[in-house]
Structure formats: C-alpha cells, structure tokens
Design a protein around this ligand. Structure first.
Ligand code: PLP
Length: 393
C-alpha cells in the first residue's frame, strides 16, 4: 500500500475498521484500547451515539453551505463556543494549521495598523504549530525545517521559561507572542503559570497580542475548556481544532477585545470552514463537555492514570507529566517508538512526542476500567522493551 500513498507516514500496516468508546478493532478482528484518539481528536471516542445521530441527521438535511450564508448549526456553535471559551467572536476553518495561519494573519494586520514594521511573531523553541510553510516556520524545531526553506520572514524563537530572554525579544516590531500552554508534539511539556503570567503582562504593556495555540490542549483535553484557564492567563486570540468536532475536520480562531475587530470583509476566508456538518458534530461535543461533572472527571481520570503509571516506578520511566488527559511519560535510554510498538503488539495504542516521550491522549469519555486495563498493558509493554534490552541496560 506504500506505493499508492506518498510515503509521509511511518505507517504500521494495521488497518483499523471500527470502534466503540475507547476501543478500536482492526479488519482482522483484533481489539485495541485507544490511548491516542486519532491524535487527540476523537474526544467522544468511537461510535458515540449522539455524535453519530447528529452527523447523520445533518448530512440528510444539508452537508455544505458556502460562507456567503449562515446555517443554524454554525450560528449555534459560534454562540456556544465563544460563551464557553470567554471570547467575543470566532472564525471557523478546517484544521489546526489553518487556525494558526489565520491567527498569524490577524496578528500581522493588528500590528501593521499600529506601525508598518510591527509584524514579527515570537514563538517558542520546541513548539509545534503545523505543517504549512508558515506554521512550519513558526514551529521552533529544526527537524521540521529541513528541506522546506525559504521560510516566511518575521518569525523569531524564544526559549520557554526564560522571562528575561523573552523580555529582550519583545521589541516594538513584534505584533504577537504565540505559545502552546502545554507543548504537545514537542514532548508534553506544560509551561508554568508564573512564566505565562509574566509573558502576558509584557505583551499587554507593549501592545503585543498574546496568542495561544490550543489546537491540542483545548476543548476539554486538560480538564478545563482551555488549558490557559488552568494556568491563569487570558490570551487575546486562541486557536483550537483537533477534538472540537469529535473527528470531523474543524478549526477555530477565537478572539476578544481589539483582536476581535481586526479581520474585515476580504481579509480572510476558507471554502469549507464552519460548514453545518462539522458544526452539528461540534455542538454535540460541546454539549457533552458542559454536562455536569464532565470536565472535573477528565481531571480525575488524568490524575488516576498518571499516579497509576508513577506507582509502578518502572526502570524505563523517567517522569510522568501532563494535565488532564494530555499525558507524557519520559522514557530513559530507549527510543519511545519501541514502547509504542510493544504496546500495540499487546493491544494498546499510544503515541510518541519529542525525542524521549510516550504520549497518551485517550478519548475524553474513556472509562476508569479502560484506563486501568490500558495502563496494565503499558506496564507489560515497558517490561517487554526492558527485557529486549537486558544486555545493554
Ligand atoms: C499545538 C498544535 N498546533 C497545530 C497543529 C496542527 O494541526 P493540524 O494537523 O490539524 O493542521 C497541531 C497538530 O498536532 C498541534 O498539536
């Protein structure tokens, strides 16, 4: 099958067929506990009855409408999403990279209206913002840059947690500081509240937009609607995507205050964004997220999972970190891909992040029972890897 797809992914050869809750099944009938949820996308798991029904009903009514018109689902979604996130307005698109691109355009226009040279965007080293040329440029990791220059001018990288370093970089030509509250792809590394609060203050004092990329950490993943709520900061603009429509492609740029008035007719657009199908799906996700206790449970499940992994004090585990159900397990001495492969062989799907981390992003609806079973498999997989390296370790 490698020949008919561009060879962009190191695919496993596993062909998935269907899923129920946090379990997925291959075409060969093998069952897996899903600690990936796509890559943090299937927030309501697989085959969620309300999500399936809403998508089917909306598909029967109308799948697509251009942005020249409105639809009831998209108006309802815009209202509910801005209310839940605490923002003034929203622009809908189709992916995380597209949301970030739009956020960068918004920031550039905001800056250029103040001064023609106020167009530099500061991002963080070890960040990940997407795969388009501009979002790859914004991504502060060299390994994503190889082969793809020349890059979009006007991006500068700061070292995370270095307040003095950022202070120096946030000059008069900077229009935005963009960060992931928890660096996802870069290794599941939460930024500290103290660092972000200091950054927010500097941005406010210098009329620089304070912008969050919550594509991975947003929409309930960390046990709050947005991770920034947990860290005590309120960005001017936030990009979300991944889990927002439970698996139907969607992205959104949320803006407030002066940032909400920047984009005007003709400045930005997209063909598919905010269509009624994705909006109907996202309304189900937001409905579930607002059901009593749902977010608190995500936090409880995450703590339970992390303490369980901690408790087996495995010799291959360096540390366990994260927030809610966005969890990273630092792995000692071994390529984390080996753990991913060993887990899959035993019926558990997990991801890597950065150079040394196994990443867990289970569906938000996962049960404690599935968490316990999954963690038990993870321990066996770690044992397998350790045994395979017995001689060297
Ligand atoms: C923080 C962050 N930003 C942006 C993206 C890019 O999103 P997409 O793949 O939907 O374009 C990702 C994807 O992993 C992400 O984790």
């Amino acid at each position: 099958m490698k020949e008919i797809f561009m060879n962009t992914y190191a695919r496993t050869g596993l062909v998935l067929d269907h899923g129920v809750g946090a379990r997925v099944f291959s075409t060969e009938g093998k069952e897996y506990i899903d600690f990936m949820a796509g890559i943090g996308v299937s927030s309501l798991g697989h085959g969620h009855p309300k999500l399936v029904a809403a998508i089917a009903a909306q598909a029967a009514k109308m799948i697509h409408v251009s942005n020249y018109f409105m639809t009831e689902p998209s108006v309802k979604l815009a209202t509910k999403l801005t209310e839940m996130a605490g923002y003034d307005n929203v622009f809908f698109c189709n992916s995380g990279a597209e949301a970030n691109e739009g956020m960068f355009k918004l920031a550039r226009k905001y800056g250029s209206l103040k001064h023609p040279d106020k167009n530099v965007i500061v991002t963080l080293r070890n960040s990940f913002h997407g795969r388009t040329i501009t979002t790859v440029t914004a991504t502060g990791q060299d390994k994503f840059h190889r082969f793809f220059g020349p890059f979009t001018p006007g991006f500068v990288y700061a070292e995370a947690e270095d307040i003095a370093g950022l202070d120096k970089l946030l000059g008069p030509n900077v229009c935005a500081f963009v960060f992931e509250p928890i660096q996802g792809e870069g290794g599941v590394r939460p930024l500290s509240a103290a660092y972000l609060k200091a950054d927010e203050k500097m941005c406010r004092e210098r009329d620089i937009l304070f912008c969050a990329d919550e594509v991975q950490s947003g929409v309930g993943r960390t046990g709050a609607f947005l991770a920034c709520e947990r860290l005590g900061v309120r960005p001017d603009v936030t990009a979300v995507a991944k889990g927002l429509a439970g698996g139907v492609p969607i992205g959104a740029i949320l803006a407030r205050g002066a940032a909400a008035d920047v984009l005007q007719p003709g400045d930005h657009g997209t063909t598919f964004g905010g269509g009624p199908l994705a909006a109907a799906a996202a309304l189900v996700v937001l409905g579930e997220l607002t059901s009593p206790g749902f977010l608190a449970e995500i936090d409880a499940k995450g703590k339970h999972l992390m303490s369980h992994v901690d408790s087996f004090a495995h010799p291959l585990v360096k540390d366990v970190r994260g927030m809610g159900l966005m969890i990273g397990i630092g792995i000692k001495n071994i390529d984390p891909h080996e753990v991913v492969d060993a887990a899959r062989a035993r019926g558990l799907l997990v991801l890597t992040a950065g150079e040394d981390t196994v990443r867990l992003l289970p569906p938000l609806v996962i049960t404690m029972k599935d968490i316990d079973e999954g963690v038990a498999i993870l321990k066996l997989a770690l044992d397998d890897v350790q045994n395979a390296h017995k001689q060297e370790l």
